[in-house]
Design a protein around this ligand. Structure first.
Ligand SMILES: NC(=O)c1ccc[n+]([C@@H]2O[C@H](COP(=O)([O-])OP(=O)(O)OC[C@H]3O[C@@H](n4cnc5c(N)ncnc54)[C@H](O)[C@@H]3O)[C@@H](O)[C@H]2O)c1
Length: 254
């Protein structure tokens, strides 16, 4: 009988966007611990380098990559850099995102709308677009998109954020149906409030409102999100595709 390490990511190469801190850093840590080689891609390259150095002393299995996910050329050079260093790409975690304006829609400017949309939705498209040729050539891939409970339910005073996250859920479903016969599975997940620096972008009133709606009565931890991403990024995720998995302490029961 052979022994098998469940969820092993040995010899897998992953890109995690927005990995300098928060949920992305926890995902990078989890994937590294499971054996993967991980590119920590972030607009804040200094923080990405610090995080990579802390998670992977010696830097044998990690690479910090500068990328603004709203810029097509930068997403393409991110892919080249990772392939040059690690040879290929098996896993893409689209995690980079911002909360954007925390105010009534009637006060949101066109520029604010475009900014949130460019990072949260177009950024996911551009990263998928840049990585997919490698995965299609390999006939293997796992793509995990970090959406939000806001994309299922809509949070008041966060209309641009909620709309872009709903877009991420549906982009996931559409792409998943396109590529699943070629060994590439695409899923999204929808966290409720998770304790990270993104909360500094919100008013305390907003955080209290969102937390009050979580039946478990607490906010989530980045490591809890990373655990679910780990499954979706692994070979063990073999019959889950186009799904939107909940991680909200029971706020969403569907
Ligand atoms: N924390 C929560 O409560 C929560 C809940 C639901 C969903 N999410 C989602 O989880 C993801 C991570 O959130 P977080 O809480 O860790 O946020 P965070 O602010 O702690 O980290 C976000 C990271 O993304 C990077 N980033 C921002 N814009 C970028 C760009 N244009 N290009 C590349 N990198 C960029 C930042 O530099 C930062 O390192 C986001 O997509 C967010 O919407 C968070």
């Amino acid at each position: 009988m052979t022994t098998r390490s469940f969820y092993s990511l040995q010899d897998k190469v992953a890109i995690v966007t927005g990995a300098a801190r928060g949920i992305g850093a926890a995902i990078a840590e989890r994937l590294l611990n499971a054996g993967a080689q991980v590119a920590l891609a972030d607009a804040d390259i200094e923080e990405a380098r610090r995080t990579a150095a802390a998670l992977d002393v010696g830097g044998q299995r990690s690479l910090a990559v500068a990328v603004d996910v709203t810029k097509r050329a930068q997403t393409e050079s991110m892919v080249r850099e990772v392939v040059d260093r690690f040879g290929t790409i098996h896993i893409l975690v689209n995690n980079a995102g911002i909360a954007g304006p925390n105010k009534p829609l009637v006060e949101v400017s066109e520029e604010e709308w475009d900014h949130v949309s460019d990072i949260n939705l177009k950024g996911v498209f551009l990263c998928c677009r840049a990585v997919l040729p490698v995965m299609l050539k390999n006939r293997y891939g796992r793509i995990v998109n970090i959406a939000s409970i806001a994309g299922k339910e809509g949070n008041p005073n966060l209309a641009p954020y909620s709309a872009t996250k709903a877009g991420v859920i549906c982009l996931t479903k559409a792409l998943a149906k396109e590529v699943c016969t070629q060994g590439i599975y695409v899923n999204s997940l929808t966290p409720a409030v998770i304790e990270t620096p993104i909360l500094k972008q919100l008013t305390q009133q907003q955080i209290d409102y969102m937390t009050s709606r979580i039946p478990m009565g607490r906010v989530g931890k980045p490591s809890e999100v990373a655990a679910l991403v780990h499954f979706l990024a692994s070979d063990d995720c073999s019959f889950t595709n186009g799904a939107c998995l909940d991680i909200s302490g029971g706020r969403a029961t569907y």
